[in-house]
Design a protein around this ligand. Structure first.
Ligand code: GTP
Ligand code: MG
Length: 202
């Protein structure tokens, strides 16, 4: 039965607040991996096999073993606390699937933009998209083995980010690392929400 907060019977467990988060970034940067790493439910995936048709379009630099790509979305869930559950939506990375982004972004509290330093420019479209919508986001650099490491301020400068946008390192394959990214995003999004609320007195 679906109880509203005020109608909940005494002693019943709290109804958690559900928040929608997007996991975005360029092709093959580790979005599906991150949703899978943190999700406590079996993640829903919409993977299709990469075929020869994508040769010259899909840039597999650094992820040569990749054989599938997301064509609609990934979906997962993580409980942060008794009263907070995050619903994660991983976006497709390729430009030809942009048409699903507006649907996916609807009602999202914020977004993680995953970046690969070998192909940093691939995350520009995601950054432009969230800046344009006013959606709070953080940039998480997914540390692939063999990729040159850069200081976070170098990444911030290269991406021309507003100094307030958090940039952090992560390993999208690891639950704790990915969870830390999500918590950083939550804190950032709530800070922005609060400052917007203060700026528009009712
Ligand atoms: N070494 C390493 N490999 C990773 C990491 N994250 C992802 N991978 C691998 O990189 C490849 C791409 O990962 P995906 O999670 O499918 O990337 P994606 O961003 O969802 O890709 P699209 O949906 O096609 O845009 C997979 O083969 C992963 O196993 C990482 O942190 N380190
Ligand atoms: Mg994917």
């Amino acid at each position: 039965m679906d109880y509203g907060r005020s109608e909940r019977p005494a002693g019943a467990p709290p109804v958690p607040t559900a928040i929608k988060i997007l996991i975005a970034g360029g092709f093959g940067v580790g979005k599906t991996t991150m949703v899978g790493a943190v999700s406590e439910t079996k993640p829903l995936r919409t993977e299709e096999v990469l075929t020869a048709t994508g040769c010259g379009i899909d840039d597999l630099t650094g992820v040569e073993s990749k054989s599938t790509t997301t064509v609609a979305m990934d979906f997962g869930r993580i409980t942060i606390s008794d009263d907070l559950v995050l619903y994660l939506f991983g976006t497709p990375g390729q430009n030809r699937f942009w048409f699903v982004w507006d649907e996916l972004a609807l009602g999202a509290l914020g977004a993680v933009v995953l970046a690969d330093t070998r192909r940093l420019a691939d995350c520009f479209p995601s950054i432009d998209y969230f800046e344009g919508r006013g959606t709070p986001f953080v940039v998480a650099v997914n540390c692939f083995e063999g990729a040159r490491t850069y200081r976070l301020d170098e990444v911030q400068a290269a991406l021309n980010l507003d100094p307030g946008v958090p940039v952090l390192l992560c390993d999208a394959r690891k639950r704790e690392s990915s969870k830390e990214v999500l918590i950083t995003l939550m804190e950032h999004a709530l800070k922005i929400r609060e400052s917007r609320r203060r700026a528009t007195p009712d």
